[in-house]
Write a protein that binds this ligand. Structure first.
Ligand code: SF4
Length: 343
């Protein structure tokens, strides 16, 4: 065979996943899902619930995966991730990922994993968990297996994930070099598709994160969202209604920059500085936009939640499609390693 096993470049194949470790919030929507929505229109996308990845840090609490995985999948569908356009699946339902991870572990030098920047960062950040495990060190390699399983051309990532794609490229190169002829590589080297970072802060101005308790969850009720926004901290200089403020010192203003029209922004800005408006008036403008964005998602979410059989069916079909593709790759891998025994 003289042709390469690498798939033709178009349409570009994309692989991306999300760990089911908690309820999705607006930060996930703006930072990840909005990008997926764009990608699914003109790429061949595989989106997966990374339940094994969740266990690399939450191995002591596996129940959290079971609790959150369906909520997360419903959120994906509710925002418009479309099973007609992409493959939606659960990682552990495609056990080939574990097989490829194992095979890659034989050829991956330990220092490649030890030098991944997120390894030391996360151990530092998650001190309450014992992450001195084999699985945690190896999770970027499991990611490499996830990506290369579908011979993805591109992986949408934030800045901090670029080294993981770089590792994947090295693993692909090493596999191709060790086992394939130079003109017959099995794995393409995927590109990092650097996604614009979400500019949305949390309700207290820090990064939106469940560990800071500053999120607007996609699945919460409007009443809860309204209450959270109404009690958002504002510029501390505005103690009384007649005290002027500085929008740049207020997280509400950061939300306005993302949600409000230019006219609304200049009105709010001027009104804040002159104390012409109160903080509640200012927040009302924002609430109107949040309601427009969130309420249709929440309505679809509520409908989906009452049709769980349909949701399960969508995921079941996605799992099947992913398994077919994964088996295609594993068949080539096993033959390459002379392990296609066929007994
Ligand atoms: S008026 Fe708006 S921008 Fe100014 S401090 Fe109040 S909430 Fe913040």
């Amino acid at each position: 065979m003289s042709t390469s096993d690498i798939q033709p470049k178009k349409p570009q194949r994309i692989l991306s996943g999300m760990r089911p470790t908690g309820r999705l919030h607006l930060g996930h929507y703006k930072g990840v899902l909005v990008n997926w929505l764009k990608l699914q229109d003109d790429h061949q996308c595989f989106f997966f619930a990374a339940d094994w990845h969740a266990l690399t840090t939450d191995y002591a609490n596996p129940g959290i995966v079971q609790q959150t995985i369906w909520d997360m999948l419903i959120d994906w569908l509710a925002v418009g991730i479309d099973p007609e356009k992409c493959v939606i699946f659960i990682q552990s339902e495609v056990p080939q990922h574990a097989e490829l991870h194992l095979l890659f572990s034989f050829i991956t030098p330990l220092p490649w994993l030890e030098r991944v920047p997120t390894y030391k960062d996360q151990i530092e950040q998650l001190r309450e968990k014992d992450l001195g495990t084999y699985g945690f060190l190896g999770y970027p390699l499991l990611q490499s297996a996830d990506i290369l399983m579908y011979r993805a051309d591109g992986v949408p990532v934030g800045e901090d994930q670029v080294p993981h794609v770089e590792l994947t490229r090295e693993v692909a190169r090493r596999f191709n070099h060790l086992y394939r002829k130079p003109d017959q590589p099995l794995f393409p080297e995927p590109e990092s598709l650097l996604m614009p970072a979400s500019k949305l802060p949390g309700l207290d101005g820090r990064k939106m994160s469940k560990s800071y308790n500053n999120t607007i969850e996609l699945g919460e009720t409007w009443k809860v969202t309204e209450q959270k926004v109404k009690t958002m901290p504002t510029d501390p200089a505005r103690v009384r209604r007649e005290d002027p403020g500085t929008p740049e010192k207020c997280a509400v203003w950061d939300f306005h920059k993302l949600y409000s029209t230019e006219d609304e922004r200049s009105e709010v800005h001027a009104g804040c500085k002159s104390a012409g408006i109160g903080c509640l008036d200012c927040k009302k403008v924002l609430l109107k936009h949040l309601e427009e964005e969130l309420q249709p998602i929440r309505q679809r979410r509520a409908e989906l939640a009452t049709h769980m059989d349909d949701v399960r069916d969508i995921v079941k079909k996605g799992n099947e499609r992913a398994r077919i593709e994964a088996e295609r790759t594993m068949d080539k891998v096993r033959r390459t390693l002379q392990m296609g025994y066929r007994v």
